[in-house]
Design a protein around this ligand. Sequence first.
Ligand SMILES: O=P(O)(O)OC[C@H]1O[C@H](OP(=O)(O)OP(=O)(O)O)[C@H](O)[C@@H]1O
Ligand SMILES: NC(=O)CC[C@H](N)C(=O)O
Ligand code: SF4
Ligand SMILES: [Mg+2]
Length: 467
Amino acid sequence: MNNSFGNIFIPDTLTYDDKAHDECGIVGLYGVKDAAQHASLALHALQHRGQESAGVASASDGQIFIHRGMGLVSSVFGNGEGRNMAGNSAIGHVRYSTAGSSTIANAQPLIGYYSEGQVALAHNGNLYHGEKLREKLLLSGAFLQTTSDSEFFLQLLAQKQASSDEDIASVFEQAEAAFAVVLLFGNKMIAARDPWGYRPLVLGRMGDGYVVASETCAFDQIGAIFEREVEPGEMLTFTAGGYRSTYFGDRTVRQQRCLLELIYFARPDSTVFGHTPHVFRRQTGHMLAKEKPVDVDIVVAIPDSGFSAAMGFAEELGITLDRGLIRNHYIGRSFIAPGQGARAAAVRMKHNVVKEVVRGKRVCLVDDSLIRGTTTAALGKELRDAGATEVHLRIACPPVQYPCYFGVDFPHYEELLAYQHTIEEIRSILNMDSLGYLSLEGMRACLGDEGMQYCTGCWSGEYLQKN
Ligand SMILES: O=P(O)(O)OC[C@H]1O[C@H](OP(=O)(O)OP(=O)(O)O)[C@H](O)[C@@H]1O
Ligand SMILES: NC(=O)CC[C@H](N)C(=O)O
Ligand code: SF4
Ligand SMILES: [Mg+2]
């Protein structure tokens, strides 16, 4: 991704990945007037899930129209282009690449022609054996148009000349994990989630029509009403007569919802996997305080997504939660910078200390996660410089030590602080008086009985699918 900091333009080749990238966001509307317009609006609400490219495809009279481009939704759809494409059905996508580079060829929706006509695809997730699938396709004579794993779905639809629900379900069965997808055809729309349920997908109503999206915040944006989650292994086929639900794959597999969605990725105001992330994060804060209490004067959240956990942490200990840090909202969620100098400058741009609040105080910082430590590294010193007498750090999830193969783009092993160092070493590197993480058991316990139905691979190193 190309970026600019002030007037410094940073080309792809010089960028430095700081942390886990977000993942893609998808939306689909069927039987809704001005569907393309609504899809592009919904993408604004899903922007936190992908900032590399954005696109919408709409269908009218059996024909599919598409508009997509590199960059944020506001720049791709900013001048009105693409919003007025005809049709009562449309799908949309915001991308953070996990497989294949960040180029316009890989930007979604992907679109193609096959024996059954035109089809467009929006995919969130990552096919963990995507490389092997690509190799197989190439050996079978396929002419691939992208370097993205997502193209597999279109290629297989074509090879199978898939038209019935059964044919299309058999494509999903071969894709395995991880995916939440929407497919737009000239006369129907299909939405599906893999049987493990790694990535979220919800179903809503909009007038007489239907909407599916990665998160419910997209529904709120366009006035749709949340109905339910699309279930793991469920395929919904939307046609003029309404929708029908069928299931594919092995329904007895252990569910593997991505727990990092609830910890960090999803917007706090969404409903994801039946939970409101803000409420869940607040619970993790309570649990963290029980497991790793600290004697301080104030609790300070690392904004934005650390706020909910910090609230629970402060509530549990009966300590004031104060705004000791302010976040600059004009710096993206997951910023990148070339080399140490520019990275430090970017960190300073992102958070600023409210000196009056922390001066003379023993402070406990709380964040939802610690990946590479870039955010927190600068804060310890800044708070001390501002007069804090002690600075402690509490993290509302366990140490992140392993990569993800299922749709989240992590830094390399060597860049994960907890892969390289012990907790005591991390405390010292970050210049903290104490450091405490929530335990894996504690994090799962916040989900009650459902705790074992979530993937925790990046914390535990245990994955259901293995390469
Ligand atoms: O240890 P690090 O490598 O710095 O990564 C962890 C940080 O990154 C995320 O924040 P991010 O800035 O992406 O988003 P937010 O503003 O929503 O908190 C997360 O909430 C942590 O603050
Ligand atoms: N983050 C995602 O969900 C990415 C989807 C797909 N694997 C791509 O790279 O385009
Ligand atoms: S490994 Fe981590 S980020 Fe990836 S799906 Fe599992 S919980 Fe989510
Ligand atoms: Mg953060």
